[in-house]
Write a protein that binds this ligand. Structure first.
Ligand SMILES: NC(=O)c1ccc[n+]([C@@H]2O[C@H](COP(=O)([O-])OP(=O)(O)OC[C@H]3O[C@@H](n4cnc5c(N)ncnc54)[C@H](O)[C@@H]3O)[C@@H](O)[C@H]2O)c1
Length: 431
């Protein structure tokens, strides 16, 4: 594989000049590097605009933005103008393929992708082929074909591809990761995780047509949002650092909650009521790793419930972690009796190094401070010349569960092999 960043890039971005090693974007902003990183954004809806704001705060320039919705594009252009003394980026909005014109610009170093997830992969491939590093929102891809295209393109171009998987930076999950590394859980045997979050309010446009999330329920039968849960769990298990996903099975419920929701919201004659939806209310998946660890993954974004989100749990031969009861841990060699303890009891001993260094900058950012680290780590990876903190192999292995779960469900719960996207490299990487 070609080096992630060539030497010219590296020096131009400041790292070679010794300006930036070990600094955050915010620190960079304070140090005013001669040439800040230049980012283009495709998809400036809620998430793309939020990450754009964080990037601007980190000193990044944004010369170009792309969105098919004029109001969203205009709003984001204004965000940049306000942050940069009135200087407006160029807008691209001539249809769904206009990102091709944007990524071809020669004044961009990187592209952030914040569209709906159905088109993340083709945009990422186009951007890398045009010589840009990529920060892609989750998930990376929805088909196995797109997963392989991402791997091949990242390998062939040598560009940094990072999945913006913010849950990997949650402080309590990083603390658990350190406990795992120090052997406090013993050998890991089982993990449980899921994305169970009532997202019905995000499924319909005001006229009742489907948003991209609604289209996902229409078009895809599997677990469509696996990375927030499989990401942190994979870190604990050392996936691609000595272990990998080898096989999986999925089963699904019917669609009662989803169809009830549509019936409550829309008249019977509305076009949205007449689709044949592939999605189910709930999907359960079991993934098995090469070392024999079992991961139980649940997905449900349409059943009514109070707000919730990703959850994570871990079992080892010496201890256990459970997020659903309030981030509690029990460690055979440390805990007293059989009582669960808050992970926070171990905060001082297992404070993640990233958090120790950047707590002040991180804590005001979204998703419990994790969003800061997504931008920070991406910028640092480019400035260092790689590697990517959440690389293309991790991104596609976690995302492949979307396509594989749909296939398993369609085949009555038949076991599916998970491709080795690393082509054997998972065995060599150390944990
Ligand atoms: N990591 C997280 O915590 C988190 C949270 C929310 C959303 N997300 C992810 O962020 C992405 C966006 O979600 P959102 O809630 O911001 O959605 P959104 O609908 O608010 O934004 C998507 C934007 O993409 C634009 N778009 C669609 N097709 C396009 C195209 N061909 N070219 C250019 N622009 C196009 C839309 O017009 C819209 O402005 C999704 O992939 C989602 O999974 C991640």
């Amino acid at each position: 594989m070609k080096r992630s960043v060539d030497r010219r890039d590296f020096i131009r971005l400041g790292a070679g000049a010794g300006l930036v090693t070990g600094l955050t974007g915010i620190a960079l902003a304070q140090n005013k590097p001669a040439k800040p990183l230049r980012l283009g954004v495709v998809g400036v809806g809620g998430r793309g605009t939020y990450l754009l704001r964080l990037a601007l705060a980190a000193g990044v320039e944004a010369p170009a933005l792309c969105d098919i919705r004029e109001p969203n594009l205009a709003r984001a252009i204004e965000v940049v103008a306000q942050a940069r003394d009135g200087r407006k980026p160029e807008g691209y909005s001539r249809g769904p393929e206009d990102y091709q014109r944007m990524v071809a610009r020669d004044d961009l170093d990187a592209v952030l992708i914040g569209t709906g997830m159905q088109i993340h992969a083709p945009i990422a491939v186009a951007a890398m082929r045009a010589g840009k590093h990529v920060l892609s929102e989750v998930a990376a891809a929805m088909t196995l074909d797109d997963c392989w295209k991402l791997v091949d393109t990242a390998e062939q171009t040598g560009k940094i591809y990072m999945l913006a998987e913010n849950c990997c930076y949650w402080e309590h999950l990083l603390a658990v990761e350190q406990m795992v590394r120090q052997g406090l859980f013993g050998d890991l045997t089982y993990a449980e995780c899921g994305y169970v979050h009532d997202c019905r309010s995000l499924m319909l446009e005001p006229d009742g047509s489907l948003t991209w999330r609604g289209e996902m329920v229409r078009d895809s039968a599997g677990d469509n949002y696996p990375t927030h849960n499989l990401g942190p769990v994979s870190r604990w298990l050392g996936i691609h650092r000595g272990d990998r996903f080898v096989s999986m099975v999925s089963r699904a419920t019917g669609q009662k909650s989803w169809l009830d929701f549509l019936a409550k919201k829309l008249p019977a004659e509305h076009a949205t009521r007449r689709f044949q939806y592939k999605g189910s209310d709930s999907v359960s998946t079991l993934v098995r790793t090469a070392k024999g660890v079992l991961i139980d993954v649940r997905y449900d974004i349409v059943s009514p419930r109070p707000a919730w989100g990703p959850y994570h749990a871990l079992q080892g031969t010496k201890g256990s972690f459970e997020s659903r009861t309030g981030n509690q841990v029990w460690l055979e060699e440390r805990s007293k009796g059989t009582k669960w303890q808050p992970v926070a009891d171990y905060a001082a001993e297992f404070e993640p190094a990233k958090w120790k260094e950047f707590r002040a900058q991180a804590q005001s950012s979204g998703h419990g401070g994790a969003d800061f680290f997504v931008i920070h780590e991406f910028l640092e990876a480019i400035r260092r010349g790689g590697p990517s903190p959440v690389d293309v192999y991790d991104a596609v292995a976690w995302s492949s569960i979307i396509a594989l779960s749909a296939k398993s469900i369609a085949e009555g719960g038949k076991e599916q092999e998970v491709p080795d996207f690393t082509r054997g490299k998972w065995q060599k990487a150390s944990s």
